[in-house]
Design a protein around this ligand. Structure first.
Ligand SMILES: [Fe+2]
Length: 347
């Protein structure tokens, strides 16, 4: 299986992974032979890329942090929480159960790197984003070694819920491609408090879960909102969610920006460590993110393109790859490839 930007997908290619909507409903199943109208529809939905199965990528497995089945259940939960008519039906147990299962799955694969590129449509961004931030936050919390499983479950719940207050902000403001007016900016900046108020009204979550939600836009240097807290005054959960939130947003297609590569996102986080982000958490994230995700195409300095098949833990910048179209395996960390570099990642 390989990741392919939607503009490169051709008629007749076979889908490598289910594509589902924001409620977790499968729109296109794995193995679907894509027709021209399918590709047009996927592009029209704002999908930036998809996973396809072809002869050159056979045997390449992309292991997500959580299974597709659980991701779909989590999407459904978040979708319903964002829906005023359905949110009353979601109990605290429902949220905690999904958070617990996510934490368990991530623990089972705790040595994995984050290699996944989400195939999400623009319309469903909020749901995919919430679930992805929860998975990334749990991964970071686990990697920190500072939290036990009960705390990681709470952190995961907090991250799943962090943006639920955005449902009170009009979509045309959230998706505006222009600079927001002062009034609109104030409205957007109310969403952490709106998330917090919603949780206070309907549930009885632990203070750490609530603080994670309320403070997820605080900056390490005190320049964030809503309270302008700084450093360790900001709860640990909120500092983790903030780091995961920005990484996921930067690597996503949004109405106002195209996705940046994982290295581009890490570059931003590193540049703003100590200002916007807790530097220890940024440092931790650099060890967990695959700069060249498995299944992605890269351009090599000898003029050939290749598909990443494995990351080297010792050097994330030197993956193992399979050249196109001849299928030669090159280990960029090996002695024979010292003069080769990766020039570009196609995402
Ligand atoms: Fe937010």
């Amino acid at each position: 299986m390989r990741y392919m930007p939607i503009v490169k997908v051709k008629t007749g290619m076979s889908l490598g992974q289910d594509i589902y909507d924001g409620e977790g409903k499968v729109l296109y199943g794995t193995g679907t032979m894509l027709q021209q109208e399918d590709v047009q529809e996927l592009a029209g939905m704002g999908l930036w890329g998809i996973y396809v199965e072809d002869s050159v990528s056979g045997g390449i497995k992309v292991e997500p942090l959580i299974s597709a089945a659980l991701q779909r259940e989590a999407l459904r939960l978040v979708h319903d929480l964002f829906d005023e008519s359905r949110c009353q039906e979601i109990s605290q147990d429902d949220i905690q159960e999904i958070a617990r299962r996510m934490a368990r799955e991530i623990f089972a694969g705790k040595d994995r790197l984050y290699n996944k590129i989400d195939t999400r449509s623009l319309e469903n961004y909020a749901f995919f984003h919430s679930v992805n931030v929860a998975a990334l936050a749990a991964m970071l919390g686990m990697a920190s070694g500072n939290l036990d499983m009960e705390e990681i479950t709470m952190l995961t719940a907090s991250a799943l819920l962090h943006d639920v207050g955005r449902r009170y902000v009009e979509a045309n403001v959230l998706n505006a491609k222009r600079t927001l007016t002062e009034e609109e900016r104030i409205l957007v900046e109310q969403h952490p408090k709106l998330s917090y108020d919603f949780l206070m009204e309907h549930y009885e979550f632990e203070p750490e879960v609530l603080k994670g939600v309320l403070e997820h836009h605080e900056w390490y240097n005190g320049c964030g909102y809503p309270m302008g807290r700084s450093g360790y005054e900001i709860s640990y959960f909120a500092r983790i969610i903030k780091t995961a939130d920005v990484f996921d947003a930067l690597t996503s297609k949004l109405p106002y920006h195209d996705p940046v590569t994982p290295s581009g996102a890490m570059d931003y986080l590193l540049a703003n460590a100590g200002a916007e982000f807790d530097p220890d958490l940024v440092d931790l994230l650099t060890k967990k993110i695959a700069i060249y995700p498995v299944g992605c195409e890269i351009a090599l300095s000898d003029g050939r393109n290749a598909i990443v098949i494995e990351n080297n833990r010792e050097s994330m910048l030197r993956p193992k790859a399979c050249t196109l179209p001849d299928g030669e395996i090159i280990d960029l960390y090996g002695e024979d490839a010292k003069d080769l570099t990766v020039l570009e990642l196609f995402v």
